[in-house]
Design a protein around this ligand. Structure first.
Ligand SMILES: Cc1cc2nc3c(=O)[nH]c(=O)nc-3n(C[C@H](O)[C@H](O)[C@H](O)COP(=O)(O)OP(=O)(O)OC[C@H]3O[C@@H](n4cnc5c(N)ncnc54)[C@H](O)[C@@H]3O)c2cc1C
Length: 405
């Protein structure tokens, strides 16, 4: 007879997606093991802000549900009140500037811009508090055998549970072990992520300048400071990284046409090559994909981690409901339901992001004209603008429990 598993679910990956899934599952009374290199040590945080994530209201409700949306995390973060799209392509088909204001939807801001290292550290502390068993190891192999998900670790141990969650990043070992193929593509772009101080207040406005190399997006931080994600040609990265801090500040000011006044105190940029990825299945063989094992998108419209947190919340609902009703949480039927639901949210969003990104880089004029026509409609037809805002914030169908508030 097989020894009963010590865990209801094994989560691989201690990034924000895996930690959120682990916290939600532990709050739902599941016995959770979370495996990741360094998982037993609290993640480091620094004073300099480079990477931030803009999380929309449904994600903010998840952060509240797992108890991390406290003053400690709020103080280095800032609310997002307006999203402004500015055509800076220089195309003959110039699109009008479009402003999306949260006031068209209600009182709450669209969401918050949060330093990624602080968010990860807060979720790690919440996982410890919720009783998640953190295991400092790397998953070396995954297989499904009968009614068990078997997760082999580089320590030589093997963990088993009726279901496992892969949140181990875009090169996921678990996804490969479950035999899930991917569609992957590269963009001729690298993202530079940094933060900077400016003399003109941002007034809660995030500005997305659409440039021929891709978006250049400023996002508010507390005080007169903003984070920036700037998509550039990979061949231009070395020259930008070689600029002195003062020259980089002047370059940013120029790129923004002085919109935020004088730029100073620029943090060292992080450089991330841009790629896209979609898993052909989001769940099978007792494995659910959460976050980047399932989908990778360029940082446009703040969709990446927002989608991943929805994966985490739907996976937690699926597993906790099954356990409560004494059903098998890794059954083919439940996993097929998860796959269908998450694809319906993720795949159309990836298509929109991809089209917008390629339309900026393309020299095909009809595409420029189509983008300009779309932006004109958004600026001048309020019901359409409202619909675009609601779809940007929410998945189709009902929200998972942790995001309902
Ligand atoms: C420049 C930029 C800006 C962005 N801005 C936004 C934004 O504004 N809003 C938004 O929603 N999203 C944004 N995103 C996307 C967001 O940052 C990512 O989706 C998110 O950080 C990924 O988190 P994750 O937990 O899925 O993966 P990761 O943080 O990559 O975590 C993966 C984890 O798996 C672990 N791991 C790896 N291999 C193994 C293994 N074999 N065994 C066990 N563990 C393993 C790793 O150590 C790590 O802990 C942005 C992305 C970029 C690049």
């Amino acid at each position: 007879m097989n020894k009963p598993s010590a865990y209801d679910v094994i989560v691989a990956g201690a990034g924000p997606a895996g930690l959120s899934a682990a916290c939600l599952l532990a709050h739902g009374r599941c016995r959770v093991a979370l495996v990741s290199p360094g998982a037993e040590t609290p993640p480091e945080t620094g004073d300099a802000i480079r990477r931030t994530v803009a999380l929309m209201q449904p994600s903010m409700r998840l952060l509240e549900a797992v108890g991390v949306w406290t003053d400690d995390l709020k103080s280095p973060s800032a609310p997002l009140e307006t999203l402004r799209l500015v055509d800076d392509t220089g195309s003959v088909f110039a699109a009008p500037t479009v402003n999306f204001s949260h006031r068209e939807l209600g009182e709450e801001p669209f969401g918050w811009n949060i330093p990624l290292d602080r968010l990860t550290a807060a979720l790690h502390a919440a996982a410890v508090e919720a009783g998640v068993r953190l295991i400092d190891a790397r998953v070396s192999a995954y297989r499904c055998q009968g009614s068990e998900a078997l997760v082999s670790l580089d320590s030589g141990d093997t963990l088993s549970a009726p279901v496992a969650i892969a949140a181990d990043g875009r090169q996921s070992v678990l996804r490969a072990g479950a035999g899930i193929a991917t569609t992957e593509w590269r963009y001729d772009q690298s993202a530079l992520a940094l933060s900077f101080a400016h003399s003109t207040p941002h007034r809660g406005v995030s500005i997305e300048f659409h440039k021929p190399t891709g978006p250049f997006t400023t996002v508010p931080l507390p005080g007169n400071r903003s984070s920036l994600v700037w998509l550039v040609k990979p061949g231009d990265v070395d020259a930008i990284m070689a600029l002195t801090p003062d020259d980089l500040a002047s370059r940013l000011q120029l790129e923004m046409h002085g919109e935020l006044g004088l730029v100073t105190d620029v943090s060292t940029p992080a450089v991330i090559p841009m790629q896209g990825l979609t898993a052909r299945k989001f769940a099978t063989n007792r494995l659910m994909l959460v976050g980047e094992p399932a989908h990778v998108v360029p940082p446009i419209g703040a969709q990446g981690l927002n989608m991943s947190l929805r994966d985490a919340a739907f996976a937690a609902d699926t597993i906790t409901d099954a356990i409560r009703m004494d059903e098998d949480p890794g059954s083919g039927k439940l996993l097929a339901g998860y796959d269908e639901r998450r694809r319906g949210d993720v795949v159309p969003r990836q298509a929109v992001i991809d089209t917008l990104n390629r339309s900026l880089m393309s020299e095909f004029f009809p595409l420029h004209a189509a983008r300009a026509a779309g932006m004109t409609l958004l600026q001048h037809v309020p019901p359409l603008r409202k619909r675009a805002m609601l779809e940007g914030l929410n998945p189709p169908g009902p929200l998972p429990r942790a995001m309902r508030g």
